[in-house]
Design a protein around this ligand. Structure first.
Ligand code: 0A1
Ligand code: ZN
Length: 859
């Protein structure tokens, strides 16, 4: 193990900083390969017993250090530099050189296309200058940027522009000041040439805020949706939480090279262009939705993240879980609440449950971390949001709002902990949340076992709930949790009574009795996915059917239909060559297809088979080949049995000219599901229909639906349509990502040589995370057959690639390895093949800390 791989940090080791920094002046003389950074900090000693100041720094060339104007020598440490015998209060000036052009890790200052930009969360600031790179050190920033004027007409940083001017040799400068103290991870600068969209927003107190969106030249028409989304988010946060924007200007910059989705830097958000740019021809409905939600997410961070930030990185869920929950609430208000919720549940079941049962299992507030970047996880984000949602359920809408008000009033301007948040919720509502706090420290997915009996003689329904959390890789002993369990009692006939409530399960086992239930009834449990838990509950087919038909909550009906379908797939996987569609599914699909017009998007979700990943999470061990085959067989049978229905429904669903508007979105969603079944028919008629649908389409959603349907069924038509698509979109990198992903996800005997061709494509680059994710990410996460080839060649392919990628961009490499470390459910043979590849990585001398942490835990 190299020194860069060693060392874990522990939550229990937290100590406050011995020094504070009240003000920071930064000057950037921006040059491609040699940017000079001057940092002047006003420092004060807080702990008098401390004589030395340790600063973090990485990949910096140190030029000079001055303490109170006197040049000083420093010692270099593993983390950065040490200044010895420093005064109680002093001005520290440091000059460093950095190389943005060769920064392919995309942390710190780097170039995206022609523009300079930064990414400092979590620990990127230490690649800019030596500093106390920790979120609880909050300072006021003044930032001067100097750069070539022609190449960089725009010079941007956090806060307000206070001055600007010309400099020698065709250069110019700008001075920015951010009045709000902030941790260095929220620092940002951008310098480059862009097209700009302007708008304004008047806040609830009547203040005019300038909104500016910067996009690559020629992309102005694709920025409108993002800007409109921003205005909606600003209005929503005022109305829902009484939170008003606090600066005079809000800027969003879209860049092509970005490791994640976007970043909430104060007043200057930097976005992956994928979450900004959209028009009907190039973006899908899903893209439109994602843009609205990510724009809102970053905006909401202004209060939950920036004004109130994290004390240390173990508290990441304090800002992320809460902000994801807020963006989910916003999306539910903007679109269809049920569909939004269904998609969140899918993410939890497909990805978070897998993380919880794998080697990287961690609580939403981890207690031990080797590489912080590895904890920007579905657990911290999405399970974190589920934990906030449970608080919302337990306290109610107004109780939750009271808690939020108390949290903001108490902690504005501070760096705090998850515990501070729960305390505010508790104090504002006089509710004891001590047991609930376990959600923050316990990892793993609780399983709720259900025993439900209706007693005719007593007209009673008895419900027994038992909770159990299996040991996880990081924790062997588990305790009972405080779980809000949503239930709905449904009579088998569909008549009264309908009872919906939330039970508080706090012990390992609890029994509930419901009186006055005169007719045979069943109960739906964990309705609306009221807690991030799994269910161990097999209601009879008739009971599931009753829930599907009669439950009042749409998510509950969807869930029951998915359970009915899952069970059919599992049964299929245990028998060979099943040719008959089960009666229950015939009835289900008949019914759903009959109601398709009433709620098209919900019906689309109900008609779609559960994903392979969701199915896997329901089983201890999986027979991968049998499960894939069974899923395919069932799909084919459903396609054939309802061939006429799919066709007729598809025809009825055609839309007028594209607009991103709810009724249209819902119709397109259902029409895409019809296409996916029609493609299974492999008849001339259906091929003709697919071809025509492709030609007729005036938008990316419909076009992609055709391509996906052809890809999933491996139709020869796929190749010709993809050629046409490539010709049309060759110069558009975001659309080409869709093209790359369609190819990489194709289940094909030659899938590995196909991948090689894709990576040799002129539009491919290992330096661009979006390209890497669209090819290798799609392959590893979603090309199940190709990636899990029995001979292990898929694993070897990924490993070869990771070895190369790791030296370019370790953060992206560490994300890509996820499907290869979650292998415990696979058969012994595949597990062995995977371990061989993990060993290759483990033995690699210069492996990054990011990959090392995951590989070592997986072995
Ligand atoms: N805070 C951002 C996510 C983010 C995290 C790390 C990054 O680079 C390593 C970039 C963005 C958010 O939640 O949107
Ligand atoms: Zn966030």
């Amino acid at each position: 193990m190299s020194s860069s791989q060693s060392g874990t940090m522990k939550l229990s080791d937290y100590t406050p900083s011995a020094f504070s920094i009240s003000d920071l002046y930064l000057e950037f003389d921006l040059q491609d390969k040699e940017t000079r950074v001057t940092a002047v900090s006003q420092i004060r000693k807080l702990d008098n017993s401390c004589t030395d100041l340790d600063l973090d720094g990485k990949q910096l060339t140190l030029k000079a250090v001055w303490v109170n104007g006197i040049e000083t020598t420093v010692t270099h440490t593993e983390q950065g530099i040490r200044l010895t015998d420093v005064p109680d209060q002093f001005e520290l000036k440091i000059e460093t050189l950095i190389d943005p052009v060769n920064n392919h890790a995309l942390e710190g200052l780097y170039k995206s296309g022609g523009a300079f930009c930064t990414q400092c969360e979590a620990q990127g600031f230490r690649r800019i200058t030596y500093f106390l790179d920790r979120p609880d050190v909050m300072a006021k920033y003044r930032v001067k940027l100097i750069a070539d004027k022609q190449a960089n007409p725009y010079l941007l940083a956090n806060g307000n522009l206070i001055d600007k001017g010309e400099a020698e040799q065709g250069r110019h400068w700008a001075l920015w000041e951010d009045p709000f103290p902030k941790p260095c991870y929220l620092f940002a600068l951008v310098a480059g040439d862009f097209d700009k969209l302007d708008d304004t927003f008047t806040t609830c107190s009547g203040k005019q805020v300038k909104l500016q969106l910067f996009v690559d030249k020629g992309n102005v028409s694709r920025g409108r949706h993002a800007l409109d989304s921003l205005k909606k988010a600003m209005a929503w946060d005022e109305q829902k939480y009484g939170l008003e924007y606090d600066l005079d200007i809000y800027m969003v910059v879209a860049v092509d090279f970005f490791n994640m989705g976007a970043m909430e830097n104060k007043g200057l958000n930097i976005f992956n262009s994928k979450y900004v740019l959209a028009d009907a021809a190039s973006a899908t409905d899903q893209d439109y939705f994602n843009i609205e939600s990510v724009i809102a997410h970053e905006y909401f961070h202004n209060w939950t993240g920036n004004r109130i930030t994290c004390r240390d990185w173990f508290q990441l869920s304090l800002k992320e879980g809460l902000t994801v929950f807020r963006d989910q609430q916003f999306s539910a208000d903007m679109a269809s609440a049920a569909i939004v919720r269904i998609n969140q549940v899918k993410i939890m079941r497909e990805h978070q449950f897998a993380e919880d049962s794998g080697p990287m299992a961690h609580p939403i507030r981890p207690s031990e971390v080797m590489e912080m970047n590895n904890f920007y996880s579905v657990t911290v984000y999405d399970k974190g949001a589920e934990v906030i949602r449970m608080l919302h359920t337990l306290l109610g809408e107004s109780g939750f709002r009271r808690g939020m008000d108390c949290y903001i009033e108490r902690h504005d301007g501070q760096a705090v902990t998850c515990d501070d948040f729960v305390q505010a919720m508790e104090d504002a509502n006089q509710k004891d949340l001590s047991l609930f706090r376990r959600w923050y420290s316990q990892s793993g997915t609780p399983v709720i076992s259900v025993n439900c009996q209706w007693h005719q003689s007593q007209q009673q329904l008895r419900l027994e709930l038992t909770q159990n959390t299996a040991p996880t890789a990081d924790q062997s002993i588990k305790q009972p949790l405080h779980i809000p369990v949503g239930i709905e009692i449904v009579t088998l006939s569909g008549g009264e009574p309908k009872i919906s409530e939330v039970l508080s399960l706090t012990e390992q086992k609890q029994t509930y009795v419901f009186e006055n239930i005169p007719s045979p009834s069943t109960v739906a449990v964990l309705t609306g996915f009221s807690a991030p838990a799994k269910l161990n509950y097999q209601p009879a087919e008739a009971e599931l059917m009753a829930v599907i038909l009669h439950a009042s909550d749409a998510v509950t009906r969807w869930d029951a239909s998915q359970q009915l379908i899952s069970e059919a797939i599992f049964k299929f996987s245990q028998r060979d060559n099943e040719k008959e569609l089960p009666e229950s599914l015939k009835r289900l699909f008949q019914g759903l297809l009959g109601q398709a017009h009433t709620e098209p998007a919900l019906i689309a979700e109900m008609l779609e088979l559960p994903s392979f990943e969701t199915l896997s999470q329901q089983q201890e061990k999986i027979d991968l080949d049998a499960l894939l085959k069974a899923r395919k067989q069932l799909k084919a049978l459903l396609a054939v049995n309802f061939a006429e229905h799919w066709r007729a429904l598809f025809e009825k669903l055609s839309n007028s000219a594209y607009s991103y508007e709810q009724t249209q979105v819902e119709r397109r969603r259902l029409s895409g599901v019809c296409l996916s079944y029609l493609a299974c028919l492999d008849s001339d008629e259906s091929l003709e229909l697919l071809q025509q649908a492709y030609e007729k389409s005036d938008n990316m959603t419909d076009t992609l639906a055709v391509l996906k349907a052809c890809q999933a069924e491996n139709l020869p038509l796929f190749d010709s349509l993809m050629q046409d698509f490539e010709q049309k979109w060759h110069d558009d990198s975001l659309v080409m990502d869709k093209w790359f992903a369609l190819h990489a996800g194709r289940q094909h005997p030659q899938s590995l040589s196909n991948l090689q061709l894709l990576m040799a494509h002129s539009r491919y680059s290992i330096n661009n995370p979006n390209r890497v994710r669209s090819v290798m990410g799609t392959f590893a996460f979603y090309n199940t057959e190709g990636f899990h080839r029995r001979d292990g060649s898929g694993y070897k392919f990924l490993t070869d690639y990771l070895l190369e990628l790791d030296s370019v961009n370790p953060q992206v490499a560490a994300r890509l390895i996820t499907p290869m470390i979650q292998y415990a459910k696979l058969d012994e043979h595949r597990q062995h093949q995977i371990r061989l590849q993990l060993l290759r990585l483990f033995e690699h001398k210069t492996l990054s800390r990011d990959l090392y942490e995951k590989v070592q835990k997986a072995l």
